[in-house]
Write a protein that binds this ligand. Sequence first.
Ligand code: WTA
Length: 628
Amino acid sequence: MTEKFDVKLEGKIFLPDPSLKENVRMGDYELAYNEFMRDPEAYWGKVAEEFTWISKWDKVCEWEHPYARWFVNSKLNITQNCLDRHVHNGKKNKVAIIWVGDDGEEKVLTYRQLYREVMRFANGLKSLGVKKGDAVCIYMPLVPEQIIVALACARIGAIHSIVFAGFGTQALNSRIRDSNAKIVVTADATIRRGKRVELKAIVDEAVVNAPSVEKIVVLRRMKPPMELYSEIEVDYNDVLKDVSECEAEVMDAEDPLFILYTSGTTGPAKGIVHTCAGYMVGAYYTTQNVFDLRDNDVFWCTADPGWITGHSYIIYGPLLAGGTILITESTPDHPDPGVWWNIIDDFDVTIFYTAPTAIRMFMRMGEEWPQKYDLSSLRILGSVGEPLNPEAFEWYYRVIGKERCPVVDTWWQTETGMHMITTLPGQPMKPGFVGRPLPGVVADVVDKNGDPVPPEKGGFLVIKEPWPSMMRTVHNNDERYCQYWNTIGKYYTAGDLAVKDDDGYIMILGRSDDVLIVAGHNIGSAELESALVSNEAVAEAAVIGKPDYLKGEIIKAFVILRKGHSPSAKLKSELIYHVRMSLGPIAMPSEIEFVDSLPKTRSGKIMRRVLRAKELGMDPGDVSTLEE
Ligand code: WTA
């Protein structure tokens, strides 16, 4: 890990419209934070009171480092709070989901319709033999069914494991195997920029050597419908049963709700496990307060439910709050760079939540595109996934928000389940800084011993106290879970480097480990390297992230070839294609360099830091452990 270092902090402050503070739910940050600090359990208990419970908790939190239990012994089903509660309380005909297809096709589901579809699929899953505690892998495009299937799993207590449809065969196979999924729900294809992209074909390969899979459910969207061959394949519509009520499975607070895989430094992706009650409270609390979600809002989060952002701020948070969400399968630049602004204009989107990489892409395409559309419905702009650089912040604030909408940058992780650090609407905004810990969160920047570092000294970002939506374990690897809480003092180590200013605003400087963040997506160097080495031409590989204006980082791979293979441009393309097929397009290296050796420690670990420094012409720092 990196040693202490100084960061010179200066920059602008944007003061929000003073009326905003009074008009949003959490306009007084200090007041809320103090209320939390006075009695954290009472604070979270009050949030939880807003839900329907089958039976309530004995205690809000039981903490025995590093294990937490929240809303101890309570019983609930999250879908009763996402669906039944709204259907029975006057929101039956309120729009839950607006879907826009790649070709502009539209679908709208009211809460009643969504409820019915979830019941039908939940009953269908039961008829396929799925029971409480079974894992279901969802590998689907961004269509309403993707959300329906996830909620149907939650209804019957099955654990969903959503895998982003941009992942390739090897990534999907390892996730199916690790989660022991009994069912894979997929679609024939997704549509990207007017073109059909096969999904089912990837599933076919990914289920080889995945003996846990009993059935593959296929949503057939294309004409003519693709043939289903083997006995284990079933059509989505044949799984749907009558709309009879599917009783909500009684779940304990700490029963798992879902597994979501995220890339780590070493080894395969980690299956982050979230549980029912705490996750529900965290996702809801942040949706309500960070986005100030109201009854007449139209909330568009541009992520895919295959990422944690989609879990918490497409599916669970907004539906728990009874909001209207907009989702789209469309890409931001097809058929032209105005499509997304057109959607905001068309549907009067009020809250827009996207990633810095998208904002930088829009900047490059020019202001004329957003200017063609009426964006006056917008109220709040959000950002997530990687640092929002000041230039992108200002563009977003000025060109999209017309200096009227607060920009809430949100720092959090798959592991945290909910927003942790942000600038709440109504608070002064400092471009480059994500903001302060949310009321409910105790975060700090510390040195490697866990001692707080003064402002302007860089250090490690840690969370000092448990929070409701924290992950409970890493599936099949509890040891890895414990590491998060035992690396720096007894704190939760986020793996990010950060710095604070005098007001307690936190700036995220990047990862402290070998996880790459490419266009806002986490990609583990180990996963990439093992994908490369799985090609017969490759003996060894090391991967680094290189700074890139648009994507934040791009992937560069250093490759040692096996005997009998020689470097060529053709081999480079082959290797890039190989990674694309095994891990997916998001993990494609931008550069490949053939080398004869790699810098290693005496114990044989690749020193990516040294490679990176050499590549960028920087000082490699301490190289005393280098082999030669
Ligand atoms: C990075 C995504 C700077 C960070 C919700 C973190 C950010 C990792 C921000 C988690 C932000 C996320 N500013 N960096 N606002 N949000 N990150 O698990 O490095 O996909 O550790 O969760 O993304 O990525 P994950």
